[in-house]
Design a protein around this ligand. Sequence first.
Ligand code: PMP
Length: 445
Amino acid sequence: MSTPRGKMVNAFDPASLSGLSAETAEAIRRRQRLLGPAYRLFYKDPVQVSRGQGTKLYDRAGHEYLDAYNNVVPLGHCHPRVVEAVTRQMQTLCTHTRYIQDGILYYAESLLPGFGGQIGASGHMMFTCTGSEANDLAMRIARHVTGRRGIICTAEAYHGNSDLTASFSPSLGDQSPLGAWVRRVPAPDSYRGDPATLGQRMAEAVAEHAWELKRHGDGLAAFIADSLFSSDGIFGTPEVLGPVAEAVRAAGGLFVADEVQSGFARTGARFWGFQRHGVDPDIVSMGKPMGNGYPVAGIAIRPEVIAEFGRDTRYFNTFGGNGVAMAAAQATLDTIRDEGLQENVVRIGALMTEGLRALAARFPAIGDVRGAGLYLGVEMILPDGSPDAAAAARIVNDLRARRVLISATGPAANVLKIRPPLVFSAADTDRLLTETEAVLAAIYR
Ligand code: PMP
């Protein structure tokens, strides 16, 4: 199923300004006038944020919101260690990668070994400002080294906003064109499919599409997936992508692990999402949580994959890998390690999953609770088992009214999407569960 024209899950409808406070309505009109029609806001009553601290956001009136959605700040909003590192570096020097600087090298040294496999042993890092740029670069390199154009992604994938990455981001909707050389495979739906055969079936679909691409003369350059399948509806079954990687390699393609969502300890069990699948990727792309809010992203890559590209062309990105970006990334990585956040994800993720499963046992409208670590999906269903988008929308908005922020996802827009900062505490979890229970009790009286 493809998202209809321009639609985004949990988007505010600009035609429904009535019922909002005069201040909010005016701010929305001003936004439309200045920013135009392509931006989307969250919630039926959009939130005007003015400040953040830890797992909390505050609006102009000083009301506190529990942020159970923001994965861009794994350490929580405005973490002092990142603020201090960025400030200090900005006061010292902020320039690009055509000068020798220590920070970028120190960061690559800190991060690379943790990838394990071939990238861990001898890989390189290249830096961008956004996840879109990282995936764009990954595909340019994959096409250069394979001499082919074909790309396989999942049915509702999102990989970026550049011309190339949008062409393999079907979740942008049916008015956003896919590349003629793009093929889609169903995400491994552990709820509606047999969990035991997910990997095998996905691998078969990949092999079939790779063959078709070859027949059409494009051939497979790369397969790309977010190992949590966030926009496909969040699927956390491990060990699914192993057989897929084999099928990709058998077809001569590269395996690109898009870790923009699943990287940097988000899944708890492992630091990188692909590691839960036993895959040794050719390229890993990363972004979002990498600088705790500062724009820093990039790729890690096997040396053989980049050798020809490096010989035949060159790479420069004015802001990618600048000194301040590296300071933000280093402080974020060090803090994830020093504060034991991966362990916190395991502990709090288990607590949250358990609490949500207890709610599922009481409310049959919850069909499934799934995901990994602190990236959870709660699938809302109608009595006949079909997707209930209206229920998901209502829960998201009722929680927002109680100042708890989550969102929804999936091709049918019926999966609650919960992915808080990694510093989420037991008390935060208790508040999230208590408010969710109150919302469900009011809806399913
Ligand atoms: N890949 C995935 C899986 C993403 O979720 C996103 C952003 N939502 C991107 C790539 C693009 O990242 P950015 O917005 O930083 O360009």
